[in-house]
Structure formats: structure tokens, C-alpha cells
Design a binder for this molecule. Structure first.
Ligand code: HEC
Length: 172
């Protein structure tokens, strides 16, 4: 009988150590995994933010374009936008003076909610990002245009937009 009890105690002890041990080990593994995961997320957020916004070398970018090429590229926009002074809103808002006005800034055009809520000005960086892929730069906006993939096209159109203004910016 004494032998049987000893066996039972040993078994309980083994089970106890086993459960306790697993608990400790998984605690350890879980904790370190959690740390690694949150560290990764932070790093990713930082890199994507900086690569989206401030990496543009404006001078080098604009040097790729010309106003003339911008004028011909703008043919793609003409279906929806006027560019001349006093031009009317069309499917899209009139673009004379668009450079550095507030996004969604015309009072006589009915913008989408998302463009109205955007709260930024049309700078070179913003226009570049928007014209590259309108649908992802400002989610939910209603400009039905796929975007200008080519950097030279974008730089040129931006120079052309800037020209069509009462006060063209002195661009580098
Ligand atoms: C199929 C029609 C269409 C084409 C083509 C188009 N757009 Fe637009 N665009 C729109 C519409 C519609 C809006 C308003 C978007 C909103 O309110 O969400 C808009 C908005 C804009 C704005 C914001 C203006 C403001 O007042 O905030 C700019 C800048 C712009 N477009 C530039 C361009 C340029 C440059 C091109 C050509 C490369 C172009 N668009 C091609 C329809 C078009």
C-alpha cells in the first residue's frame, strides 16, 4: 500500500511541475513575442510615414518637368477641369489658382466629404501624391481618374498648374 501512495504522490508532483513549468515557459515565450511584435509595428509606422511625405526632393523632381509638357499632359484633365482664368467648374472644380489654395477650397463647387475634410493646401508634395494615385492619397474622394504614373508628367502638370495662377510660386 505504501508503495502505491508513493506512486500517486510522485505522479501528482510530476503533473504539478509539468503544468507549472509549461506556464512559466509559455509566459516567457509569449512575453518576448509580444515585445518583438510591438517593436516591429513601431518601426514600420515610422518608415512608411517618412517615405510617404517628406522624401520628395522638390528641386530634382520639378527639374524633370516642363510647362509645355504639362500643357499637353493636362489634356487628360480637360475632360473634367477648366484651367483658364474665370473658367467654370465642370465635373471637377475649376483649377485656375489651385496651387496653394486649400483642398476643397472653392465655395461654388460641391466637393466630396473626404476632400472637404482633408484640411491641407495644394503644395507641390500634396499635388504630386494626389496626382500619382488620387484614390489612395485622399480616400473616398470622387475624382474618377486613375493617376499619372510617370514622374515627368506629374512634375510638368504641377508646373503648368502653378503657371495658371494670379501669383505663380517661385519654384526651385
Ligand atoms: C473624370 C474626371 C476627372 C479627371 C480626368 C481629372 N479630375 Fe481632378 N477632380 C475631379 C473631381 C470630380 C474632383 C473633385 C473631387 C472631390 O470632391 O472629391 C477633382 C479634384 C481635383 C483637384 C482638387 C481641387 C480642389 O479644389 O481641391 C485637383 C488639384 C485635381 N482634381 C487635378 C486634376 C489633374 C491635374 C488632372 C489631370 C492629370 C485631373 N484632376 C483629372 C475629376 C477629374
Amino acid at each position: 500500500m505504501g508503495y502505491e501512495i508513493q506512486k500517486i504522490f510522485t505522479a501528482i508532483l510530476v503533473v504539478f511541475l509539468f503544468v507549472f513549468g509549461i506556464g512559466k515557459i509559455s509566459d516567457f515565450v509569449f512575453k518576448t513575442e509580444k515585445n518583438v511584435v510591438s517593436y516591429k509595428v513601431e518601426v514600420e509606422e515610422k518608415t512608411s510615414e517618412s517615405s510617404q511625405k517628406s522624401d520628395l526632393d522638390i528641386e530634382a523632381f520639378l527639374a524633370m518637368g516642363t510647362v509645355d509638357h504639362g500643357k499637353s499632359t493636362f489634356k487628360k484633365c480637360k475632360a473634367c477641369h477648366s484651367i483658364n482664368k474665370g473658367g467654370k467648374n465642370n465635373i471637377g472644380p475649376a483649377l485656375y489658382n489651385v496651387m496653394v489654395r486649400n483642398a476643397g477650397g472653392l465655395t461654388d463647387y460641391k466637393y466630396s466629404k473626404s476632400l472637404l475634410a482633408y484640411g491641407k493646401k495644394w503644395t507641390v508634395e500634396e499635388l504630386n501624391g494626389f496626382l500619382k494615385k488620387p484614390s489612395t492619397w485622399i480616400k473616398g474622394n470622387k475624382m474618377g481618374f486613375a493617376g499619372l504614373k510617370n514622374e515627368k508628367d506629374r512634375a510638368s502638370v504641377i508646373l503648368y498648374l502653378n503657371q495658371n495662377s494670379d501669383n505663380p510660386l517661385q519654384l526651385p
